[in-house]
Each structure stands twice: as C-alpha cells, then as structure tokens.
Design a protein around this ligand. Structure first.
Ligand code: ADP
Ligand code: MG
Length: 324
C-alpha cells in the first residue's frame, strides 16, 4: 500500500507544472521510470500476501471468490498502468528511435506484429526451460491459416510482449503436462499450434497430449495460487522455474482480456488440452478493458450468499450463510 501512496505522491508533484519545460520533461520521465521499478515485484508480493492471509485466517468459498475478483481487477489495472508507464518511457526516454530490433514499433505497440515470430520465439524459450528440467522437450508443429489467403501475412496491431507472455505460459504448461505424462516412454508427442487470422479474431490454439484436466477442475486452474507443481523458491538467484506459482493462466487471461480478447481451456481428460488465445484482429476493436469501482463492484463484495438455487443430489440445498 505504501508503494502506491508514494507513487501517487510522486505523480502529484507534477500537477500544474509547465509541460513545455524540457528539464521538467526529463524529470517526469525519470519519475515514471522510478515508479515502474518500485512496482516491479507487486505480483509475487501480493501472492505472498494471499498465502499468509490463507495461513492466518483459513479459507472459505466466499473469501476466495472475493480475493479472486479483487486480484483480477487489481492486476488488470496494473497491466494498464504499466502499459502507460512503459509507453511513456519508450517514447520519451530517447532510446526507441535507435532501437534496430524493432524499428517499426511505436513504443511497445507493433502496428504489424508478426504472430508467428512471437509464437516461435516463445516456444524456443519455453523449450530451453523444459530441456533444463526434463533433459528433453516436445517438438513444435505449427500451422497457419489466413482467411484472406495464404500469401497474406499473419500480422495484427498488438503489444508483442503481451502476446509473448501468453504463449510462453501456455507452452510451459503444455510441455510440463506432456513431459510428466510421457516420462517413461521417452517419446513425447509434439505441441501443436494453430494460428488463424479471420475477419474478426486472431486465434492461437496450443494443443498438447499431456493427459488433460477433468472438466470439474478447469475453473480452478484460473484461480491465483492454484498449481499442481511444487512451489519454487522465491530466491532470485535460482534458475527460472517452469511452473509452480499458479499465476500463469490467470494473468495470461487478463492480458488477453485487456484488449477485448480472451483465453480459454478446453480439455479432453485422459488425452490432452487445447488452450486458445483470442485476440481482436482489428485494432479499432482492441480497446482497453478496465475495471471501475462503482456500486456494482461494491455489491460484489457484499452479496448475501443465501441457499444455492440448484439442488445438490441427495443433499439439502447448500446453506452458504455458514461460510460468511
Ligand atoms: P503453474 O504452471 O505455475 O502451475 P498455471 O496457472 O500456469 O500455474 O497452471 C495451473 C495448473 O493448471 C497447473 O499446475 C496444471 O496443474 C494445470 N494445467 C495448466 N495447463 C495444463 C495443460 N496444458 N495440461 C494439463 N494441466 C494443465
Ligand atoms: Mg504455468
């Protein structure tokens, strides 16, 4: 909380100041960079907070639901704020104009983001991690389809780092599931990726044959801190873990939803999982989606949870009031 108070104060310093003053511009950019760095560790810090809360007060379904609702909105606004902070530093920090790697990018936005390149890049990096943990990794099978014909490029207006984040998480999950299931056979079915550019959507499907997840558990995978992997050490000197914080799916879904897309998991338990990222193909539709705090949001935390309106087989209707 003190980080947020400090950053708010830092920003207020610039209220009513002369925007044309060159020195001031530099000071403002410096302040923006400082704020961004101050908040680098918000996600692991909040995660630790949630763990400590649960250890101290225990958990009940209503509190868990409220934490989930809060974190989804909190992290969504964090994605937005960091996008702005980044955009400002890239455009006014003086480095972007001589960035040879991405000459066409406008700050963090790529007006012709090549989805295939981002997918391949994320695959290679996930594969390196996987090799390190399992001494081996599944191959990639990539398929593309463009509704406008095969000669058109698979490009959209997007923030490549957001897309990278999502596919990287999906690859790590697909690889872990595949390696865990086929550990003994020494033969690993490939991870199959389909990229489809349609009139409205750009869809990326990552399919694995890692044994899948039963329908009953699918929603749970998107809750913060849920993971079936052992919890990695928070020690930063250690190698990046392949899994274990349980933040991969929920945060990736936020990135997808941030520009009006979505991320869904379809599983065939006993076989494998399809994870699908939906992105708006038209930049005019990729509008920022932000939470607002109003009466409806407030109600969310204060709904009276009465008896369930669906029957539970061979049980009385659930009395949710006891969980409060
Ligand atoms: P983490 O990878 O850190 O555990 P995630 O949010 O990425 O966190 O995933 C949560 C859990 O969902 C995983 O621990 C795993 O049990 C399950 N899961 C995710 N993707 C797959 C998949 N492709 N196949 C099987 N299980 C999966
Ligand atoms: Mg993961």
């Amino acid at each position: 909380q003190s980080w947020y108070m400090q950053s708010f104060q830092d920003i207020l310093e610039f209220k009513d100041r002369d925007v044309d003053d060159e020195m001031l511009k530099q000071d403002f950019t410096d302040a923006v960079i400082k704020i961004r760095n101050r908040h680098n560790d918000v996600v692991p810090t909040m995660a630790q907070g949630v763990v400590e809360y649960k250890e101290t007060y225990g958990t009940d379904p209503i509190t868990s639901q409220n934490i989930q609702y809060f974190l989804d909105r909190f992290y969504m606004s964090r994605i937005s704020i960091r996008m702005l902070l980044n955009q400002h530093t890239l455009l006014f920090g003086g480095k972007i104009r001589d960035n040879p790697a991405h000459p066409k990018q406008i700050g963090s936005i790529d007006p012709s983001c090549c989805v295939t390149d981002v997918v391949k890049d994320a695959y290679e990096n996930a594969r390196n991690l996987c090799d390190r943990y399992y001494m081996n990794s599944p191959e990639l099978m990539l398929e593309e389809f463009n509704v406008k014909g095969p000669d058109n490029s698979m490009a959209v207006v997007y923030v490549p780092s957001h897309l990278y984040h999502m596919v990287f998480e999906l690859f790590k999950n697909a690889m872990r599931a595949t390696m865990e299931l086929h550990e003994d056979s020494m033969e690993y079915p490939p991870v199959h990726v389909q990229i489809v550019l349609g009139h409205e959507d750009l869809t990326v499907k990552v399919s694995d044959r890692g044994g899948g997840v039963p329908l009953r558990k699918i929603d749970r995978l998107f809750t913060y801190t849920y993971s079936t992997a052992p919890r990695p050490q928070m020690d930063t000197s250690r190698a990046t873990p392949l899994a274990g914080f349980g933040y991969g799916l929920p945060i990736s879904r936020l990135y997808a939803r941030y520009f009006q897309g979505d991320l869904k998991l379809y599983s065939m338990e006993g076989y494998g999982t399809d994870a699908v990222i939906y992105i708006r193909a038209l930049s005019t539709e990729s509008i920022e989606r932000l939470p607002v705090y109003n009466k409806s949001a407030w109600k969310h935390y204060n709904t009276i949870h009465e008896a369930d309106d669906w029957c539970v087989p061979s049980k009385e209707p659930k009395d949710m009031t006891t969980f409060r």
